[in-house]
Design a protein around this ligand. Structure first.
Ligand code: FES
Ligand code: FE
Length: 427
């Protein structure tokens, strides 16, 4: 099938369909690597993961082994995790601190800024041996926005801020919630899903599945009752789904379930009420009612195209999807918290995160099971199309419509055909 025919996008009839070979074909998976993962900005990690000089983190990003490390000068640098001598992976642990990086194969050693500083028996190489030819290599492009570090393997990619388009404002909404900046809680949860990576990009934005798939969670929260005193949301319009340009999309909800940032709910316990209202007051003083409302009373699932999600609802989580094979992805999730939070406030937030998104939470196991079920269902190749038409004729799409998923797919389809841009005025 020709790539241009993989998606049916009929705006007059309100029909949007994706051919299921997009999730199963090895050929398309290879083309995605070249046309998407090798061309876009891809998330690497958060600045707070490497606070002290010498702190490092190892990652696999768009198939490449990488690590990032904070140098003695305070700067974060990113390197390909492949020894310039003969290729061994220099960084052999996921996290740690090092003053010098020594390769375990022939013991060449490197400074934290990537210079080759030690070669056992160096005189055997003769007078033309030049250490500067063997520095650690960085990916072609490296940049960060408000603590979020990205890399690109495309030397000609646009600058990161331009690339982020309308998603930038939503990242600001996350970072501005903290008084002293955000930090990643040490540790992560990592899991493999036997399904195509795009299914999780879709699912993370899919409001339509919440009630049927996560009924247990919805009932559990409802069991705590609601807090309508000082109601700040009932007169507001319902949530919205938006395409933000460049394939980035958001589904934004009114939060009736409470947010550890500045919206109390009975599940947090009576003792948290005063503390949360103090945070809210601080936010109103600093940003005004309207922006505080957006931070505290709405929640959002943000997709930064192609494979990063910021889930800013019960708590804040960063979810990175690494495509591994047409029918396999590896997911890593981190928990992002305001630096100033500790003690009971932090405990409340961690608990909210784990209850819904943790490995044994109410949501993650459901979603893993459902995505693996879709992937298994794709073996019935006679059923060729998946439908993502919901709300396509709705002039102001809601969060259980599917505009946000179409925005992702339209950008994917444009990239796969060698085009670069999509229209923000999606529907
Ligand atoms: Fe690293 Fe030889 S491969 S020192
Ligand atoms: Fe879900």
């Amino acid at each position: 099938m020709d790539i241009k025919d993989l998606i049916v996008d009929d705006r007059d009839r309100g029909v949007f369909r994706v051919h299921r070979s997009c999730m199963t074909s090895a050929g398309l998976f290879e083309q995605e690597r070249e046309r998407i993962l090798d061309r876009c900005w891809i998330y690497l990690g958060h600045e707070s993961e490497v606070e002290a000089p010498g702190d490092y983190r190892r990652r696999t990003v768009a198939g490449r082994p990488l690590f990032f490390i904070r140098g003695k000068d305070g700067q974060v640098r990113v390197f390909l995790n492949s020894c310039p001598h003969r290729g061994a992976m220099i960084c052999r642990r996921d996290a740690g601190n090092a003053g010098v990086l020594q390769c375990f194969y022939h013991a060449w050693s490197f400074s934290t800024d990537g210079d080759l500083i030690g070669v056992p028996g160096e005189d055997a190489y003769g007078p033309h041996f030049d250490r500067t030819e063997f520095c650690l290599k960085a990916p072609p492009r490296v940049d960060s926005y408000r603590g979020f570090h990205f890399v690109s393997f495309n030397p000609h990619v646009e600058d990161l801020v331009t690339y982020l388009a309308g998603a930038r404002d939503y990242l600001d909404l996350v970072v501005d919630q903290a008084e002293e900046g955000m930090r990643v809680v040490p540790g992560s949860n990592r899991y493999t899903i036997k399904a195509n990576w795009k299914l999780l990009a879709e699912n993370s934005l899919d409001g339509y599945h919440l009630l049927p798939t996560h009924r247990t969670y919805v009932d559990y929260i409802a069991g705590f009752g609601t807090d309508d005193s000082g109601d700040t949301v009932s007169a507001r319009p319902p949530g919205a789904a938006k395409a933000l340009g460049g394939g980035h999309c958001v589904s934004e909800n009114i939060s009736r379930n409470g947010r550890p940032i500045a919206r109390w709910h009975p599940i947090f316990g009576e003792e948290a009420r005063e503390r949360i209202s103090l945070v809210r007051r601080r936010l109103v003083e600093k940003y005004g009612e309207e922006r505080t409302y957006r931070m505290a009373d709405t929640s959002r699932n943000l997709l930064i195209y192609p494979n990063l999600l910021i889930m800013d609802f019960v708590a804040i989580s960063i979810r990175y999807i690494e495509p591994v094979a047409p029918d396999r992805m590896e997911v890593t999730a981190w928990h992002l918290v305001p630096r100033e939070e500790s003690g009971p406030a932090l405990a409340t937030r961690l608990d909210s995160y784990l209850t819904f998104l943790g490995p044994g939470g109410f949501a993650t196991p459901d979603d893993v099971e459902v995505l693996e079920s879709c992937q298994a269902g794709f073996r019935a190749t006679e059923a060729e199309w998946s439908d993502i038409s919901r709300g396509m004729l709705n002039p102001s799409p809601g969060t259980s419509d599917e505009l946000q998923m179409r925005g992702f797919w339209r950008q994917w389809h444009a990239h796969m055909q060698g085009r670069n841009t999509t229209n923000v005025q999606d529907r």
